[in-house]
Design a binder for this molecule. Structure first.
Ligand SMILES: [Zn+2]
Ligand SMILES: [Zn+2]
Length: 443
């Protein structure tokens, strides 16, 4: 269905920052869609999205006010009651049915359209980060050591805006739109808790989410088909030996060289066992052993992160790490205890949802869609939704117009800034994805 022009225009290289400070430099290309081939005859996408953008701009003050109120009072992890209260107060006049669960402060607001039909889910996250804010903004965080540095304040505000403009059109909507306000994205699995609580049951037919990027072009929407973001698991290896005097290593089983050998062997294993075209990252970030210069310790501890782009590679690397660490340790008459704590799975976009999102993004007035050529090794817990529901996540550039993107602070920076004039576009995009899906499905 989707058709793009033959000669994409190179826009430059954008640096994206992922969760836990990971970064990726991506070359961005702009494709000019031929709308006539994207939409069937008689369908006028630009009219719909123009109207949605007008509607979103007419409530820009409300969107900004909610964003600033949330920004000034950041909450962490799975407990974001004040943030949710602000959202519910902002949307109190709308005919939404609210669902909440026992596991966290997440809520799903359901908007029933005038006719029966499909179900679309839109998601925004509500939690902030435990870090100081140094933006100097008049609405900066009032709580020391907490900041909305990942833009979740804007995601929530754009989602609330989408609820408002879609509620104004509810009579014409064939189906149901669910607005998922989730806490605990920053490593707490808020989306998973909400799914386990049954808050998105029965499962919707499609799901969409946006994440802002402060160092991506003003107003541009970008994504890719397939894996967008990696899985992120925590690795801990304890090498157990037998300590003793540093001058007599033959009387001990020194775990320190064994741990070093495991660190080096992990890198060789990643490059020899996994395709170079499908990235796998194992990074050991912590090595801890010993207490004195003349004592061989009993144990050495290694900690790190594992990133993969597919469930298959994820399973394979878990077992490969175990085999490698245990056998190297055994070769030196030590033991290795490998513990892998599962974090977020890979975020995998459905091709049909990406085509739909591109069509919506480019039909917005001055709409721009960027094809991201490669996944980013950061992670997102919207992945739990996308494991169950076909859908997609897109990035929204919120740099000021004409800004030097290399000078813009990325997400998770204490000086991260958002051009709020982009927020109505994000609202219109989310509302447009839901509307188009309800009206036409994946056609
Ligand atoms: Zn983040
Ligand atoms: Zn985030």
């Amino acid at each position: 269905m989707r058709s793009v022009s033959a000669a994409p225009k190179y826009l430059g290289t954008v640096s994206f920052s992922g969760r836990n400070g990971s970064k990726a430099d991506l070359s961005c290309y702009r494709h000019q869609p031929r709308l006539a081939s994207v939409f069937a005859p008689g369908y006028h996408p630009r009219m719909l999205t123009e109207n949605l953008l007008d509607d979103a701009r007419s409530i820009a003050e409300r969107i900004t006010a909610l964003r600033r109120a949330i920004h000034a009072e950041p909450e962490l992890g799975l407990e974001t009651p004040k943030t949710l209260a602000k959202v519910r107060a902002e949307l109190a006049d709308l005919p939404l049915e609210w669902r909440e669960g026992p596991s966290c402060t997440g809520a799903v607001a359901v908007l029933n359209g005038g006719k029966a039909g499909r179900r679309a889910l839109l998601r925004g996250d509500m939690d902030a980060l435990p870090m100081p804010e140094e933006t100097g903004l008049p609405f900066a965080s009032t709580i020391a050591g907490r900041m909305h540095a990942c833009g979740h304040d804007t995601h929530t505000a754009m989602l609330a805006g989408a609820a408002r403009i879609l509620a104004g059109r509810a009579d014409a909507l064939p189906g149901e739109v669910r607005f998922m306000f989730q806490p605990g994205e920053e490593g707490y699995k808020g989306a998973k808790f909400m799914i386990d609580d049954g808050l998105i049951d029965p499962l919707p037919d499609a799901a969409f989410a946006l994440h802002i990027m402060p160092n991506a072009p003003h107003g541009a929407i970008g994504s890719r088909t397939g894996t967008l973001l990696a899985s992120a698991d925590m690795l801990k290896i304890v090498v157990e030996g037998r300590g003793g005097h540093a001058s007599m290593p033959h009387d001990t089983r020194d775990p320190v060289p064994v741990a070093c050998e495991i660190v080096m062997a992990l890198q060789a294993m990643v490059t020899r066992r996994f395709k170079a075209t499908e990235a796998v990252v194992v990074t050991i970030t912590q090595i801890d052993a010993g207490t004195a210069h003349n004592v061989i310790p009993d144990k050495a501890l290694l900690k790190g992160t594992i990133r993969t782009l597919s469930p298959e590679a994820r399973q394979e690397i878990w077992s490969a790490i175990r085999t490698l660490a245990e056998n190297i340790a055994q070769a030196h008459e030590c033991d290795a205890d490998v513990a892998i704590t599962q974090g977020f799975p890979p975020t995998v976009n459905d091709a049909r949802a990406v085509a739909l999102a591109e069509a919506v993004a480019t039909s917005l007035p001055h709409g721009e869609y960027l094809h991201l050529p490669a996944p980013i090794m950061g992670a997102e817990d919207f992945s739990y939704v996308l494991e169950k529901v076909p859908g997609m996540m897109a990035f929204l550039g919120v740099a000021t117009s004409g800004a030097d993107l290399k000078q813009c602070c990325g997400i998770h920076s204490s000086r991260m800034m958002v051009d709020e004039t982009v927020l109505p576009r994000g609202t219109a995009f989310l509302a447009g994805c839901a509307t188009r899906f309800l009206e036409r499905g994946w056609d």
